[in-house]
Structures are given as C-alpha cells and as structure tokens.
Design a protein around this ligand. Sequence first.
Ligand code: EPZ
Length: 435
Amino acid sequence: MEKYVIHGGKPLRGSVEISGAKNAAVAIIPAALMVHGVCRLENLPEISDTDTLLHILTYLGAKVNMINRTTVELDCTHVQMDILPERMWALTRKIRASYYLIGAMLGRFGKARTTMPGGCNFGLRPIDQHIKGLTALGAEMDVSGGFITASAGDGRLKGTTIYLDKVSVGATINIMIAAATAEGRTVIENVAREPHIVDLANFLNSMGADVRGAGTDVIKIRGVSQLHGGTYTLIPDQIEAGTYMAAVAAAGGAVRVSNVIPKHLECISSKLREMNVEVEEGDDYVLVRRDGPLHQVNLKTMPYPGFPTDMQPQMAAVLCCAPGDSIVTEGVWANGRFRYVGELKKMGAQIEVEDQSAFVHGVDHLTGAVVKACDLRAGAAVVIAGLAAGGVTEVEDITYIERGYQDLVGKFRALGADIQCVQIPEDRPANWNAG
Ligand code: EPZ
C-alpha cells in the first residue's frame, strides 16, 4: 500500500500541463468497441481507469496497441461477445464507466451483458435513466444478480424520442453510444451538456456517426450501419485543471495551467476571482495567482455550465482558510458527497454539514494530519488541504486519487510542493505516522 506524505505551507510556482479528460476517456474507450477498423486515440490520460477499460476491451478480443503513454490504437473489428470471460467482471465492478459497455455492446451486437458498475461511493447512484433510454430504443433490459443484461429484439435498436427525467451525464452517454448505430432517428431531450459529452459526440462523428446538438439540451442522432476507423484527440480535463487552480488558491503562489480550454473553466475561474484569486485567460492556458487573503463565498453545484460537482470538495478545502463563513451546496448528488468533511476536520477545519450544504467557518491555518481519500475528488480535497496546511499531512487510500489524476505527485513536485508517494511498511499499522 502507498500513501502521500506532504510537508505543506509552500506556495506553488511554475507551470503544469493538463492531461486528457478522464470522463471523456472512460466514455470514448467503450464506444470504440463499435468501430470496425483501427481507432487511434490521442491525449488519453494515463490513469488507472483508462488502463482498466483497455484491459476489458482486450478480454473482449480487441487488439490494443499502446503507441506511447497517452496514445493507443484499438482494433475492435474482430471483437466477439460469445465468451465474456469471468475475470472481466472483477474489472467491470471496479469502475463506474463499465456500464457504457451496455450501450456499446447493444449498438454493435444487439445484445449486452456486464456487471453493475463500481466507482466513487457517495451513496445511491441509480441507473433508471439509462434503463429508460435503452428500453425506449427497443432493448429488453434485465438488472438482477449484480448483472445488467440487455438485448434488442431483432438484433438492432430502433431510433425514437427520449425525454430524460433527470440531467444525467452517464445516461446521456450510454444512450448516445447505443443510438449511433440504431435504425433511424433518435432525439434525446434534457441531456447533459458537459464538455465530455461534446467530446464523445465529436469522437463518434469522426468514426462516421451522425450526432448533432451535443452541448445543448437536445441531441439528435441519425443511426448509421457501422462505424469506421479514424483518429481522435481527447479534450483536456476540466476537473484536473480546476484542481490545480484550487491548489494555487489554497497554497498561494503563481502557476500557469497549460493545455486547457478556458471556456470549460469559466465557472471555476469566476468563482476563484470572487475569492480574491487572480485568473488570467490565454488561448490554451490560464494564469492563476494568489498572494492576498482569500474571500469567503457561497457556491452551489449544478450540471454544466453550472459550477461542477466534481470541483465541490476541492473548493471546500480552499474555503477552510477563507476568513468568514462560506456555504458549499451540492446540487447534483442527492447524498451530498461530503465524506471528505471528516478528514478536513482532522486538520482543524471548521465545517458542519446540514442536508445538502457544508457550512465552512474560515480558520487562520490548517494543521497536517493522517487523513484518507474517501473518493476521487475527496482525495484531491485533502491533498489541497495538505499543501496549504502547516506540518506533515499523510494521505492514505490514494488508489482513489490515482484513478483520476495522472502523475499528481510529479506535477505538484514540479510546482515546488514537498509531496512524495511512499510505501506503507507492511509490518506497521497503516496509520503509522512517518514523523
Ligand atoms: C458522471 O457520473 C461523472 N463520472 C461524475 O464524476 C460526475 O460527478 C457526474 O457525472 C456529474 O457530473 C463519470 O463520468 C465516470 P450522472 P454519473 O448520471 O454519470 C442522478 C468524478 O469525480 N441519476 O450525471 O454517474 C444521480 O443520482 C466522478 O470524476 C439518476 O437519478 O452522474 C445524480 O444525482 C464522480 N438516474 C445525478 O443524476 C440515473 O439513471 C447526476 O448523475 C442516472 C443519474
């Protein structure tokens, strides 16, 4: 087992390069299952979720050729569904995005089978909108025994109009993938508009699909018989970029966050400016500076283009040291996703959670402690807190963090942070303090 050891209190300076978008990659890799021919994906993030999905495709018979750390050539021409190897299920249970295999398998083979997905555990994560959309396309869906099984009557889905009851990134993605090769026209109303939704639509279109309207609340798809090979470069990760911007806000300093699409960061930049953080936008970078006191703010997460829920824990960590009282309200996840609060309190933060809001009372400084990454973004939050805190912070359960952040330690070290990844000696209790 490994953990991060952070000696905090040092301002961040220099430049950080943002990697490909995790939530685009975990949709595009399953979608590549539908491509007959070689599909070259560039700017893939080098994270464990990408590895897991590529392994799953290998089990299905895909040829996976890593050209370099962030470029892969996939050939799914000869993928079969007849044998779904048992050992595949250990991987599909690990990650949330494995359920995109349903849309891809249905779109390719007219049938699908996979386990219920895994992913960050912040309470209930229903899939009723996925079921609703795929059923509307003509699939018979069965969710039982920990598995999701689906089949299209005569082997091909039929286009239709679907109105989502709830704005759902996952349901929008799953239905879009399946509808790409359905017979006829599909209209999906009340869809998610996140950058990774647009990225998936652009990927599908570059492989011969006909998807229009991604990024608005209505997506229209004309089904094609099959997708052909091609090359696609993923967008940079909006949330990784936001995480580094929040880290500068918390620890202070001046950092150029490069390889971003500033438009995708507008909500984050605007909120940071309210907090007395300077954010200057370039073509493909933002310059983030903070050397004065932080200002308290209130924020509420909403579907894109609102403030992203995946930045909620990180911003709460920053606000721990903003003088005054801030309110952080979760507007996307019903169960709040506030598991990180207990960890920040170990560092001296004054936060109380009530219903969907965290009430943060700013303190002069945080103090290093032994804390855990409760999920991916909660892990990012405690790293940010550790970078700002005085003393030593040890972050355990870092596998969550490594699912979604490429080379987090290397990137922060290049910005002057004193952070390292160390092995927890087996013969000592996991919470042994490295001193
Ligand atoms: C995706 O999760 C992301 N994960 C999440 O990011 C992100 O928090 C979320 O979108 C919202 O932006 C991936 O892309 C792999 P949803 P997803 O379906 O698709 C409810 C991260 O940190 N809902 O948009 O599971 C649901 O309960 C991760 O990178 C239904 O009610 O989220 C939630 O309240 C964490 N029925 C809301 O919709 C459904 O069928 C949004 O969920 C589906 C969702």
